[in-house]
Design a protein around this ligand. Structure first.
Ligand SMILES: *Cc1c(COP(=O)(O)O)cnc(C)c1O
Length: 394
């Protein structure tokens, strides 16, 4: 890596040049099967003609306007997203963390505008990841990210997952909202039970709290449902999106009901770049593809195929692969070896790309357009690699 970059990342040494579908091609011509999709961002794979077309068309027309003018692409995107879920209004940002910042501000303002300014604290959950800005880092509560940056932003109270009594006990006169990922991503693909999400909804209704779902990783058709909460049948008041929303173009969104967003008036929030014409045009092109029942059904079918093949591998290498978990095309392989080792072995030995999560979970996040053929090839290459790593009892 160039030492001109702030050394906060430690990227793999391979240098990619271009990509097509689920494949990345390195500068030296080597082809890699990418089942990481830029951490669930490249939802439609690389060089998808519909996205390239939308980007090129908009690129010749108008890139940026500023929110001091109407932006037709953002208006259309907001209308389509809100029509597809519980929400009435959308705010566009440039990243997931910013979408969550907006969610936090909406929740605090909601209570302030209702004459309860003392309600500004938000309950979050163990293992959460909500971003790397000062507030979203505090919301995640991960010491690894917080240490060394001075006092954490105040206003977040953490609870264990799947323990409604603990949450109940934590809710106080200063609580404004509960914030949760319906499927935790960074900490190791941990789906939250639908029952627990339902209990959180009931608690929020009972105590006048807002429910925030962070669907930045699990949303945008990743689970085979446009939004993960739609499978659970539990509706939030506020939801953040990013990652797959722009198919690789940076855009985040915070969606809310009109009631939750009560208090957000002109000047209450803003963004220079958020929802600019280029980002809006590309995100609309992503929606053209994923907002289709047939496409969603295909994602569910392909996810069953992939999961079945991975579970076969878990049966074959029980000393290495202890669990396959997740939903849809958001899967995690829990291993007895550290995940960075698994990711590196798959990359170096089999030219297959995956993403580490937690300490011992390897994320499998193929592009949603992945073919059956590539799924089978992925499983074959995992098989070969695991055979080399596995140490069956003698
Ligand atoms: C990636 C992610 C974020 C942060 O998104 P950025 O675009 O990196 O700011 C927040 N929440 C979840 C669940 C994520 O997966």
């Amino acid at each position: 890596m160039s030492d001109a970059l702030l050394p906060v990342f430690s990227p793999a040494s391979v240098l990619f040049d271009h990509g097509e579908g689920a494949w990345l091609v390195a500068a030296n011509g080597e082809r890699y099967l990418d089942f990481g999709a830029g951490i669930a961002v490249n939802a439609l794979g690389y060089s998808h003609p519909h996205l390239v077309g939308a980007l090129e068309r908009q690129g010749r027309k108008l890139w940026h306007l500023s929110n001091v003018y109407r932006i037709s692409e953002a208006e259309r995107l907001a209308e389509r997203l809100t029509a597809a879920c519980f929400a009435d209004v959308a705010f566009f940002a440039n990243s997931g963390a910013e979408a969550n910042e907006c969610a936090i501000k909406i929740a605090r303002r909601h209570h302030d505008a209702h004459g309860r300014p003392e309600r500004w604290r938000i309950i979050t959950f163990d293992g959460a990841f909500h971003g790397r800005t000062l507030a979203t880092m505090a919301a995640g509560g991960n010491r690894k990210y917080l240490d060394g940056f001075g006092p954490a932003v105040d206003g977040f109270d953490q609870c264990p997952l799947e323990d409604i009594e603990a949450v109940r006990a934590r809710v106080g006169p200063r609580t404004a909202a509960l914030m949760i990922e319906p499927i935790q991503g960074e900490s190791g693909i941990r789906p939250v039970s639908h029952g627990f999400l339902r209990q959180l909804r009931e608690l929020c209704d009972e105590r006048g709290l807002l429910l925030i779902f962070d669907e930045i990783q699990c949303g945008m058709a990743r689970t085979g449902h446009l939004f993960a909460h739609q499978e659970a049948g539990v509706v939030p008041d506020i939801m953040s999106l990013a990652k797959g929303l722009g198919g690789g173009f940076p855009i985040g969104a915070c969606l809310a009901t009109r009631g939750a967003a009560f208090g957000m008036r002109p000047g209450a929030h803003g963004s220079t770049f958020g929802g600019n014409p280029l980002a809006g045009a590309v995100a609309n092109a992503v929606l053209d593809i994923v907002m289709d029942d047939g496409v969603l059904a295909e994602i569910r079918r392909k996810s069953a195929l992939l999961r079945g093949l991975l579970e076969e591998l878990a049966g074959r290498y029980p000393d290495l692969l202890v669990e396959v978990r997740g939903r849809g095309l958001m899967l995690g392989l829990k291993t007895t070896r550290p995940s960075p080792e698994i990711v590196e072995a798959l990359r170096a030995r089999a030219k297959v790309l995956t993403i580490a999560a937690g300490d011992t979970v390897t994320r499998v996040l193929p592009p949603l357009i992945v073919t059956d053929k590539d799924i089978r090839l992925f499983a074959e290459r995992c098989d070969e690699t695991f055979a080399g790593l596995s140490r069956p009892a003698a």
